[in-house]
Ligand binder design. Structure first.
Ligand SMILES: Nc1nc2c(c(=O)[nH]1)N[C@H]1C(S)=C(S)[C@@H](COP(=O)(O)OP(=O)(O)OC[C@H]3O[C@@H](n4cnc5c(N)ncnc54)[C@H](O)[C@@H]3O)O[C@H]1N2
Ligand code: MOO
Length: 411
């Protein structure tokens, strides 16, 4: 653990691996009706109960005919019509065609559709203007061409988005098995904190961490148990954690994990539960604490607003998703040129807030001037993290760095 420049700090990748090893998906599942399954996590693989499309049908408005007749007849006689929802039941003989609309079943014997823009209508006959464009299967959507009955179409662990919901509906599924929603407890600690909407007394600041975290948790569609603002009072913090551990799968606190005289959170976490690690080689976010509290997991996030946002986003969020049963996402990580020199001491992996632009087709990431972990406005001015390796020092403009564009969880 640790390194020469950062004694006692756990490297970020070790901390991530430790969380991954310890924490597994909850087991409880439930059945959810499709309209309310948005943003739930699928609990089982889904196999198609039917073929899609269920029958051969036309991709165009036009005329269905037999490919064997191509080049055999000067014109084709229309013998009926096939609409979506109203098939043509008759037989189609040699030199005959059926008027057909998009989505309508292909009449027996026909195997191609000529779009109506490519025919001249001559009374009851049609004449093909571009027969050379046609062959077996032209403008026909084959039964099972999209999905074969029995094939796996969704994997357990998928977060159901609008496209997944549509796909499930297209298979006739009215409900799906999902993991139950996670119960996530949230609390802020600090005597200086005041809820938005009330006037500030001297020496007070507004509690922003609980609001930022709660907004991300809302997008994650978890059940939020808000334990509110807890004073810097060991008895009050202890009581809040004791209640939360009996009610939650995961507890997120912010503040009180550093070494100050009113920083009780970590000590109480250690007293009531087991701390897996405290302090990681990450900037901002060094004093992050992670561990077990009864049957719940906890993250003691640092109080500084950028530190709380960053440690949640980079570390607690993937853990929460794993606990919720979600498949791991591969974060988008792109190479970019530095748009300005960075200042950094070796020892911690640094996540600087930056802005992305392009120059001559190349991505350029420029760090914000203000990188203090107390300056929350740096998060709304930025659109990416510039991730600087643990052992890197200052880097010059033009050097290549890794950037993590902000995703929907943060902006
Ligand atoms: N001697 C040392 N001091 C500090 C160290 C250190 O290693 N040695 N680490 C610093 C780092 S890095 C961080 S990050 C902070 C984390 O401290 P805590 O988690 O104990 O947080 P607090 O002291 O309670 O608060 C820090 C800061 O953030 C403000 N805050 C707290 N909660 C909220 C909230 N809900 N909404 C908005 N702002 C909040 C608080 O007022 C403080 O200004 O410790 C450093 N110190
Ligand atoms: O880790 Mo602290 O979060 O650098 O400000």
């Amino acid at each position: 653990m640790g390194c020469c420049d950062a004694p006692g700090l756990m490297p970020l990748d070790e901390a991530e691996a430790m969380i991954y090893r310890q924490l597994h998906a909850i087991r409880e599942t439930e059945t959810q009706a499709l309209p309310t399954a948005l943003d739930r996590i699928l609990a089982e693989d889904i196999h198609a109960p039917i073929d899609v499309p269920g029958y051969d049908n036309s991709a165009m408005d036009g005329y269905a005919l037999r490919s064997a007749d191509l080049n055999q007849f000067p014109t084709f006689k229309q013998v009926g019509k096939s609409f979506a929802g109203h098939a043509f039941d008759g037989d189609v003989g040699r030199g005959q065609c059926v008027r057909i609309m998009t989505g309508a079943p292909m009449p027996k014997g026909t195997d191609l559709v000529v779009m109506q823009e490519d025919v001249n209508v001559e009374g009851e006959q049609i004449r093909l203007t571009h027969p050379q464009k046609l062959k077996v299967g032209t403008n026909v959507r084959r039964r099972g061409g999209d999905i074969d009955k029995g094939s796996q179409i969704l994997r357990a662990g998928v977060r159901l988005g609008p496209a997944h919901i549509g796909l499930l509906a297209s298979l006739g599924l009215a409900e799906v098995p999902v993991f139950r929603r996670l119960r996530v407890g949230l609390l802020s600690t600090g005597d200086e904190l005041c809820p938005p909407g009330t006037p500030l007394a001297s020496g007070q600041i507004y509690d922003s961490n609980r609001y930022l975290l709660s907004a991300i948790l809302t997008r994650l569609n978890v059940e939020i148990l808000d334990y509110g603002l807890i004073a810097d009072d060991p008895a009050a913090i202890r009581a809040a954690f004791e209640r939360a551990q009996s009610e939650c799968d995961l507890i997120l606190s912010s503040g009180g994990v550093s070494v100050g005289e009113a920083d009780y959170t970590r000590d109480i976490l250690g007293e009531l539960g087991d701390i897996t690690f405290w302090k990681i080689a990450m900037k901002p976010g060094k004093p992050l604490a992670f561990g077990r509290l009864g049957s719940a997991w906890f993250f003691g996030l640092p109080g500084n607003p950028v530190s709380a946002a960053l440690t949640f986003h980079q570390i607690a969020l993937p853990a929460l998703q794993r606990l919720a049963g979600e498949l791991p996402a591969t974060p988008l990580c792109l190479p970019a040129e530095l748009g300005a020199t960075t200042r950094k001491r070796p020892g911690r992996t640094d996540f600087q807030r930056g802005s992305l632009t392009t120059r001559e087709g190349k991505l350029v990431a420029t760090p914000q001037d203000e990188q203090s972990s107390g300056v929350l406005s740096s998060m709304t001015r930025a659109d990416c993290y510039i991730k600087l390796g643990q052992f890197a020092g200052n880097q010059a403009e033009g050097e290549t760095v890794e950037v993590l564009p902000f995703d929907r969880w943060i902006l």
